[in-house]
Design a binder for this molecule. Structure first.
Ligand code: G3H
Ligand code: 13P
Ligand code: ZN
Length: 306
């Protein structure tokens, strides 16, 4: 069943659990996301970045996800992740996306509000939900590099004004996570104090980006089969739990799926050196990704909420 964010996030906020948004760019990743969500009877968000759309083709990726979503009983959102322009959001909506993110977090507050409002106006008429972002994550956000020293935590009062002014349906906040596999140099730390303050002021569902767990058992798979991902570190489950308890209702995961895909491919090729059937290789990747998505859904607490 194809739904938008509003259909699943208000329930999540009331029920104090979070729904996972998982990035996809191909058939096997999408199958793994939906399979895991079906197994655990969880609502789920399939997200595509601008790069994923460029890689797969918007027609192909949207039709594939929409087709699969229509054939399952669980609620599935097709969401644009980190859309940088009004035009891209509009293009996705025209292709049947039920949700878009307009990420103008690199702009000044006023410009961010204006662009977000413009997208909300277009989307709302068409029954499409809109996520926006205020504050900047450390690390690499799409083509834009934000140095860790410049990372800006979300200001709670700005978040309140932003949510009220724009009427967005979900709001991504910066509380210390970053995209990618190398999130923390020392001990992992999130600004739960800032999150609590934001959640006290903002009724809009809050979103945590850069939330991959980068668990050592997944990294070990990659390394065991010839990879090299030393020093990779993600957000521990305990911090995810604290974030969910304090108001996060949508959690984005991409890196963990990439690691799982890589682990599966490396494992299969190492164990079957003479095999050359692509389906066997990607089937193992799909299996590893399914396991990771099952794990994430358990951690987020959205099982049996479909
Ligand atoms: O938020 C960033 C996602 O991990 C998307 O990454 O732009 O390389 O597809 P990408
Ligand atoms: P990770 O890199 O931690 O998986 O974050 C993904 C993300 O925020 C996608 O928008
Ligand atoms: Zn993100």
């Amino acid at each position: 069943m194809l739904v938008n964010l509003n259909d699943i996030l208000s329930k999540a906020r009331k029920g104090r659990y979070a729904v996972g948004a998982f990035n996809t760019s191909n058939l096997e990743i999408t199958q793994a996301i939906l399979r895991a969500a079906e197994d655990l009877r969880s609502p789920v968000i399939a997200a595509t970045s601008e790069k994923a759309i460029r890689y797969a083709g918007i027609e192909n990726i949207s039709q594939m996800v929409i087709g699969m979503a229509k054939r399952t009983k669980i609620p599935v959102v097709l969401h644009l992740d980190h859309g940088k322009s009004y035009e891209l959001c509009r293009e996705c909506i025209r292709h049947g996306y039920t949700s878009v993110m307009i990420d103008a977090s690199n702009l000044e507050f006023k410009e961010n509000v204006e662009l977000t409002k413009k997208v909300v106006r277009y989307a709302r008429k068409r029954g499409v939900s809109v996520e926006a972002e205020i504050g900047r994550l450390a690390g690499i956000e799409d083509d834009l590099e934000v140095k860790e020293s410049q990372a800006m935590y979300t200001d709670p009062d700005e978040a309140r004004r932003f949510a009220e002014d724009t009427g967005c349906d979900a709001l991504a906040v910066a509380i210390g996570t970053s995209h990618g596999a190398y999130k923390f140099k020392g001990k992992p730390k999130l600004r739960i104090d800032i999150l609590k303050e934001i959640a006290g002021l903002v009724k809009t569902p809050l979103v945590l980006h850069g939330a991959s767990g980068v668990k050592s058992r997944w990294i070990n798979y990659v390394n065991r089969y010839g990879g090299n991902m030393e020093h990779a570190r993600g957000v521990p489950d305990a911090l995810i739990h604290q974030a969910v308890e304090n108001g996060i209702t949508k959690i984005n995961t991409d890196t963990d799926l990439r690691i799982a895909f890589t682990a599966g491919v490396r494992e299969y090729l190492t164990n079957h050196p003479s095999d050359f059937d692509p389906r066997k290789i990607t089937a193992q990747a799909r299996k590893r990704i399914t396991d990771v998505v099952l794990d994430r859904i358990e951690v987020f607490g959205s099982g049996n909420k479909a």
